[in-house]
Design a protein around this ligand. Structure first.
Ligand code: NAD
Length: 438
């Protein structure tokens, strides 16, 4: 078993650290955020992720294989494998901000004391592995480490399961020694016959972007088809269902909505598009997917305005769902973050509710009205938008909604409500690519 250090205790670092300790390794997760580390050392989980609390608890308390520390230098020195899982946000110009990666690489360069595997899990543009190697080599001999790219494919909301039972494992290693050590780190998966691909570092970096951008492209595609379905009087759900039955297409990521968000697709599509431009190979499909996605939230505002007879200013609107998808508290690049400020600018009073992400949203947007349940949020409002398909909204009581609202007006941006029920109750409604009320 290895002694492992995971640098960066975010959605990826914490889940990976806990998962690696579950595999039997001795893992220390380190971060520059002292508040986060203190919370974890107090037995609290700083993010919402189903199944994570019990995984962390059992590996901290029962087996004592999982530790949290702000002493990054010591943890690097004590480890044989160092994972980098820091954030790689996008800069204002759309390029990837590699400052967190550089700072982690410098910490590693300053603290290598014997041979180690340095392995990046963060999503980084092709060439970043070489950049990290150069930083470490500037202060150390090449015999002191091997560099590995091991991109992570977990999804927030099912991250624990995705880490423990991944579809595949990508190990971009330059030497067979490094590949074999990494294969051993993931031994339980290897034994369970998870497909493992041994690639070059650069190929591993490219695979992650190509995969994420393809999924984003699929979403933008079905959103464009949905927008067209509205004009030609076709239900996009019938179209998507039939498309998905074709094994070459698959039904996944064919759900129309207000556009993709989250901490990955928006920044990763932009990063890939930048890479294409840098090498004079513009990625026109990705650029189109980005453009479609940028327009989709604004279409939701137009739809709402139409439902309100073009008199949106001064109206009270309930927003159900703030996180970028269900089962997470992550609001990065969520549709709510794009739509709510625009509605406020148009003179709308917001009544917001989300089962999990409300505190994160409140920190960023303290000036809108928050409610502890959907019933209170919806009371006396002129319209309601569903922006996240939380289960509690899927089965929402439409009769109750109608009795609480000033006007029964709903924009179902996630297409989760029954159209026949909305019609039966005489709601004025709209959605994405389906039938609308007349
Ligand atoms: N969130 C996802 O669903 C997901 C999935 C796959 C891949 N990724 C990729 O994984 C990476 C991490 O994403 P995330 O969502 O976990 O990010 P995050 O923002 O949740 O966490 C990053 C953490 O790194 C810490 N950090 C930054 N610089 C540091 C340093 N020098 N030393 C120690 N800690 C440092 C931050 O304090 C933060 O806690 C990104 O590249 C992302 O694209 C994310």
């Amino acid at each position: 078993m290895e002694k492992i250090c995971v640098i960066g205790v975010g959605y990826v670092g914490l889940v990976s650290g806990a998962g690696l300790s579950e595999f039997g390794h001795d893992v220390t997760c380190v971060d520059i955020d002292e508040v986060k580390i203190n919370l974890l050392n107090d037995g609290k989980i700083p993010i919402y992720e189903p199944g994570l609390q019990s995984l962390v608890e059992s590996n901290c308390r029962n087996s004592n294989r999982l530790h949290f520390s702000i002493d990054i230098s010591k943890s690097i020195k004590d480890s044989s494998v160092v994972f980098i899982a820091v954030g790689t946000p996008q800069k204002k110009n759309g390029k990837v901000d590699l400052s967190f990666i550089d700072s982690a690489a410098n910490m590693i360069a300053d603290n290598i004391n014997d041979y180690k595997i340095i392995c990046t899990k963060s999503t980084v543009p092709v060439g970043t592995g070489e950049r990290i190697e150069k930083i470490i080599l500037s202060k150390n001999k090449s015999t002191m480490f091997d560099y590995v790219s091991n991109p992570e494919f977990l999804r927030e909301g099912s991250a624990v399961n995705d880490f423990m039972i991944p579809d595949r494992l990508i190990i971009g290693a330059r030497t067979s020694k490094a590949y074999n050590i990494m294969k051993n780190v993931y031994r339980p998966l290897y034994v369970n016959e998870t497909p493992i691909m041994n690639t070059s570092v650069e190929t591993a970096e490219m695979i992650k972007y190509a995969a994420n951008a393809f999924l984003a492209l699929k979403i933008s595609y079905i959103n464009e088809i949905a927008n067209l379905c509205e004009d030609v009087g076709v239900d996009v759900h019938d179209v998507a269902k039939a498309m998905g039955q074709d094994g070459r297409i698959s039904p996944k990521f064919l759900h129309p909505g207000p556009g993709y968000g989250g901490s990955c697709f928006p920044k990763d599509t932009l990063a890939l598009s930048h890479l294409g431009k840098k090498f004079n190979k513009p990625l026109k499909t990705i650029e189109a997917a980005i453009e479609v996605n940028n327009n989709q939230p604004m279409r939701m505002i137009e739809k709402l305005n139409n439902l309100l007879d073009n008199k949106i200013s001064g109206k009270k609107v309930a927003i159900l769902g703030l996180s970028f998808k269900p089962k997470t508290d992550d609001i990065r690049e969520a549709t709510s973050v794009k739509i709510i400020p625009e509605l406020v600018r148009l003179g709308v009073t917001i009544h917001a509710y989300d089962p999990i992400a409300m505190n994160n949203f409140r920190n960023q947007f303290p000036d809108i009205n928050y409610f502890e349940n959907w019933e209170e949020a919806i009371r006396d409002t002129d319209a309601c938008i569903i922006l996240t398909e939380w289960n509690e909204f899927r089965g929402i009581d439409l009769i109750k909604i109608k009795s609480l609202m000033s006007e029964p007006v709903i924009l179902d941006a996630k297409n989760i409500l029954s159209i026949s029920k909305l019609e039966e109750l005489e709601f004025k409604y709209d959605n994405v690519g389906r039938k609308i009320s007349l």
